[in-house]
Design a protein around this ligand. Structure first.
Ligand code: HEM
Ligand SMILES: *[C@@H]1O[C@H](CO)[C@@H](O)[C@H](O)[C@H]1NC(C)=O
Ligand SMILES: *[C@@H]1O[C@H](CO)[C@@H](O)[C@H](O)[C@H]1NC(C)=O
Ligand SMILES: CC(=O)N[C@H]1CO[C@H](CO)[C@@H](O)[C@@H]1O
Length: 331
């Protein structure tokens, strides 16, 4: 008895020591900015900017979701995607058509005006994305904050999955970020809003897997309609809704999974989720019932926690003054 009490005390001391030496990183938390800005609430300021923009442009939901995914999958959720520069992340080909930078600038300007030097750009991405999701029919999940902004942004770090990746390759890419196959299926549910371009799916429409034929796993009438929208030898790169249910192509709901079961997935990886034994049951389960909103929120929180910098003592992080540049001359 005595011995174990002493052991517990020792263990406790050890944990305190570990904390003092900074070995244990500060964790993300809900409401990190509560009380940090004396005259206003940080999340309320960001929400106002997002709401105002949403009134005139509902496509910001898709823009912000994709922006957060691309930020978090490359060097963690540290706003590295926002840095300008001739060879920064945003100049890498997969960024092509990533949007929403201006909304983050606007939200940053609004918080800096009231509370300078306090709120990271990485947190603004997470808060703004959560707000956009909730404005478009999704759940207002409790967003975690406390991230610091990174100092490095290199196009050569960008290694994002391609739309024709196989399910097992995609599972592996998400596993590298400590996300499960279920998290992956949920996060790909982000494709319930937004658009893609013909260039990403032409292979499925005309010459799938070098067969000279369309992808047999796509609904034949959808393939026919998309061939009209995406002529084989045209230079115009038209856009296509990722959620083919026109009534909900701007809504964060489970319609994406229902469309997949109708063989109306747009990207190859979307449809592949119904074909692979490691993901097909998950698709079926989210296509019905009401589990999606809560679980999507949970998955977004996990996405937002990838490789974050939270410790102020960590020399790799800072609170940027402008989201487009590091405070010091960049390295
Ligand atoms: C294997 C993983 C993924 C692949 C291969 C992938 C691929 C793509 C591609 C090719 C596009 C179309 C880009 C264009 O035509 O301009 C796209 C759009 C989009 N992606 Fe993903 N994606 C993946 C995961 C995710 C995740 C995890 C999210 C968010 C949770 C997400 C959210 C979006 C959104 C919202 C759009 C529409 C963007 C817009 O309308 O501006 N994607 N994705
Ligand atoms: C594409 O073709 C290769 C080689 O024939 C085959 O192994 C692979 O399974 C095919 N992929 C798809 C998605 O049909
Ligand atoms: C998933 O695929 C496996 C293997 O093809 C199959 O046995 C199973 O019934 C499928 N599950 C669902 C829910 O479709
Ligand atoms: C916003 C931005 O920097 N977009 C770039 C994305 O990548 C393409 C291709 O590398 C560039 O041409 C864009 O300027």
């Amino acid at each position: 008895m005595k011995f174990s009490a002493a052991a517990v005390t020792l263990l406790g001391l050890g944990l305190i020591l570990v904390n003092l030496t900074g070995f244990c990183y500060g964790a993300l938390q809900v409401g990190f900015y509560k009380g940090k800005c004396l005259t206003a609430d940080v999340e309320t300021i960001v929400a106002g900017v997002v709401r105002t923009r949403f009134v005139t442009d509902q496509t910001i939901v898709a823009a912000l979701l994709r922006l957060q995914f691309h930020d978090c999958f490359v060097k963690g959720c540290d706003a590295s995607i926002l840095l300008d520069g001739t060879s920064s992340e945003k100049t890498a080909p997969p960024n092509l058509s990533v949007r929403g930078y201006d909304i983050i600038d606007q939200a940053k300007a609004a918080v800096e005006k009231i509370c300078p030097g306090v709120v990271s750009c990485a947190d603004i991405i997470a808060i703004a994305t959560r707000d956009a999701v909730s404005l478009s029919g999704g759940l207002k999940y409790s967003v975690q904050t406390g991230r610091r902004d990174g100092l490095i942004s290199l196009a050569s770090n960008v290694n994002l999955p391609s739309p024709s990746i196989s399910v097992s390759q995609s599972v592996a890419a998400f596993a590298q970020k400590r996300l499960s196959p279920t998290d992956m299926v949920l996060l790909l549910g982000g494709h319930t809003v937004g658009i893609t371009h013909c260039s990403f799916i032409k292979n499925r429409l005309y010459n799938f897997n070098n067969t000279g034929k369309p992808d047999p796993t796509m609904d034949t009438s959808l393939a026919k309609a998309l061939r009209l929208r995406c002529p084989q030898n045209s230079n115009t790169d038209n856009t296509i809704n990722l959620d083919q249910n026109t009534a909900s192509s701007l809504t964060v709901d489970n319609s994406y999974y229902k469309q997949l079961l109708l063989k109306k997935g747009i990207l190859q990886i979307d449809q592949a989720l119904t074909l692979d034994p490691s993901t097909n049951a998950t698709v079926v389960s989210f296509a019905s019932g009401s589990k999606f909103p809560v679980q999507f929120g949970n998955a977004m929180v996990k996405l937002g926690a990838i490789e974050v910098i939270t410790d102020p003592a960590d020399r790799q992080g800072e609170i940027r003054r402008s989201c487009r540049a590091t405070n010091k001359v960049s390295i």
